[in-house]
Design a protein around this ligand. Structure first.
Ligand SMILES: Nc1ncnc2c1ncn2[C@@H]1O[C@H](COP(=O)(O)OP(=O)(O)OP(=O)(O)O)[C@@H](O)[C@H]1O
Ligand SMILES: [Mg+2]
Length: 257
């Protein structure tokens, strides 16, 4: 049983001139293994900033608050240490890694996270199985990570990683964006398989309720202008589908520039 605890998290983005622009203004969130949380909010509200801050992207400066995983201070850890501690981020825009094949990348990541290389006898089958379940052609194993992948192929590759790496906490940033209806179903089934193990806590970031038809969240958080402004159960997502974010945005004051 694992717990990710985010307390009063305040984050600024580092601008090229060296100035700091505040984006997150005090975020509180607790995610336990087996739970699925959805964070929904308009463009530019800071959802990806939250994901990157937890994962340790150097572009962001933590100016206040805390993040712990099972009581361990995540903010003190390097990006590698965070991954080894069991944190996983599926990025909104997965990066290309030229010169590194999918097969090599996954084996290296698995080895780093487990602290030992996966057994050769079983690993090939595990990899093929995960790719098959995500409807990825086995030929992808020999291609360079994300290089030339279509938007939907990149997202499916993220879920292959999720299934193989079995993290304690997974943040999926707009994993639904750019997916056609069939891919959305395949990706959602993958996420649900991970959820059903009960060993992983999931934080789904999305604008739309589309993916929440397939993956039922236990908790929904509405995120506007760098903070959580409302929380509820799955019914809150339906309400947002009808009414949009306007009433929250109006209450948040003028957009910060
Ligand atoms: N280098 C930068 N300079 C200025 N503003 C920045 C910079 N990087 C990020 N921001 C701003 O931070 C805010 C939050 O961005 P973020 O990507 O976290 O939003 P988001 O909620 O994920 O949006 P979306 O739904 O479009 O993915 C945005 O207004 C963005 O323009
Ligand atoms: Mg985003």
């Amino acid at each position: 049983m694992s717990t990710l605890e985010i307390r009063d998290l305040q984050v600024s983005v580092k601008l090229p001139e060296g100035e700091l622009k505040p984006i997150l203004h005090g975020v509180d969130l607790t995610v336990k293994s087996g739970e699925t949380h959805a964070i929904m909010g308009p463009n530019g509200s800071g959802k990806s900033t939250l994901a990157y801050s937890v994962a340790g992207h150097p572009k962001y400066e933590i100016t206040g608050g805390s993040v712990t995983l099972d009581g361990e201070d995540v903010l003190e850890m390097s990006v590698d240490e965070r991954a080894r501690a069991g944190l996983f981020l599926a990025m909104q825009y997965p990066v290309e890694v030229p010169g590194v094949s999918v097969a090599n990348f996954l084996r290296t990541a698995k080895t780093a996270i487990d602290g030992e290389a996966p057994k050769l006898r079983t690993w090939g089958g595990e990899l093929r199985g995960a790719m098959e379940r995500l409807h990825m052609d086995p030929a992808f194993a020999q291609r360079n990570v994300n290089e030339g992948f279509s938007g939907g192929e990149k997202k499916r590759h993220e879920i292959v990683q999720l299934e193989l790496l079995k993290p304690k906490m997974a943040i999926l940033d707009e994993t639904d964006s750019g997916l056609d209806v069939d891919a959305l179903r395949v990706v959602s089934e993958g996420v649900n398989r991970v959820r059903d193990t009960g060993d992983t806590g999931l934080l789904l970031i999305t604008h739309y309720t589309r993916i929440l038809r397939y993956i039922k969240p236990d908790h929904v958080h509405v995120f506007v202008a760098g903070r959580i402004v409302e929380q509820g159960g799955p019914e809150l997502a339906d309400k947002l589908e009808e009414s949009g974010y306007e009433r929250y945005v109006a209450g948040a004051g003028p957009a910060r520039v």
